[in-house]
Design a protein. Structure first.
Length: 273
């Protein structure tokens, strides 16, 4: 590895891995503080940055890739077929899966949908299942571990295949001692700064919790969804329907939505005169 390559790795770590660490720790804090929209928003940002770090450290450009997970995961797998997240295994101690937990079993879909930048104003409804924090840990742990060059010559001259090395050592996750997560893990266990990362974290902080308490499932409808539902249910020609039409028209005139969302609202207005 030449000096330029070493410095590129350092830059990617600082710009992508370290900032993703901050997003991930903040997402966990948001989950336990009942700030659900922040949880989804921050998890998306953390995963995006770790995945982009994998690409950059393996000679790929990220300029044409946005914020959604599916294209990023496909691009990462294109580097090496082995670079695919393992399936999430739901812990038995969570008990049987409830119907509510099965609203959508695809966590990546949930991250892309509920954490989408178009929902920064709370445009979309969301569902938060009891084990979503564990799924977030699962995917973050995977993509953070592999955020390194696939092949690397170490200082002692050895050539290492990191994909194979990490597959053989599933508890190996550290990058460098000054990264935010490493620094938090290495603090004394009673240091309050560790709590957002360590609480119920079975991967980065295994064996530290005797009793794990997770939040119950939650479903929240977005304000716009509620207004459209009221519009549909209001009698034709009623004052209530006219009021809802005025509200939705005001939203379209004064708030910037994605074209898809604006068309959805406009269609509701046209279908319910």
């Amino acid at each position: 590895m030449n000096i330029a390559q070493a410095r590129q790795i350092s830059i990617v770590r600082e710009m992508f891995i370290d900032t993703a660490d901050d997003n991930y720790v903040s997402a966990r804090a948001a989950y336990f503080e009942h700030r659900d929209r922040d949880f989804w928003w921050l998890i998306l940002h953390a995963m995006e940055k770790y995945l982009k770090a994998i690409l950059l450290l393996n000679g790929r450009s990220t300029k044409r890739l946005g914020h959604t997970m599916r294209p990023l995961l496909d691009a990462v797998r294109d580097i090496d077929e082995r670079l695919a997240p393992p399936p999430f295994e739901r812990p038995a101690w969570l008990g049987p899966v409830r119907i509510f937990d099965n609203v959508d079993s695809d966590f990546i879909w949930a991250v892309d949908t509920y954490g989408h930048p178009n929902s920064r104003y709370g445009t979309y409804s969301y569902v938060l299942a009891r084990d979503d924090i564990l799924k977030a840990d699962h995917y973050i742990y995977w993509c953070r571990r592999f955020a390194r060059p696939r092949f690397q010559r170490l200082a002692d001259g050895r050539e290492i295949d990191w994909v194979s090395e990490l597959a053989l050592n599933p508890t190996l996750w550290r990058h460098h001692t000054s990264s935010p997560i490493e620094k938090l893990v290495d603090l004394p266990r009673d240091d309050r700064r560790r709590k957002p990362l360590a609480e119920a974290n079975l991967l980065f902080c295994p064996g530290e919790q005797e009793d794990i308490v997770l939040r119950g499932g939650i479903a929240h409808n977005a304000p716009i969804y509620n207004r459209i539902e009221v519009l549909k249910e209001a009698a034709v020609g009623s004052a209530e329907r006219q009021t809802e039409r005025e509200i939705l028209s005001w939203l379209l005139a004064n708030i910037k939505f994605s074209k898809e969302d604006a068309d959805f609202i406009d269609e509701a207005l046209r279908a319910n005169p």
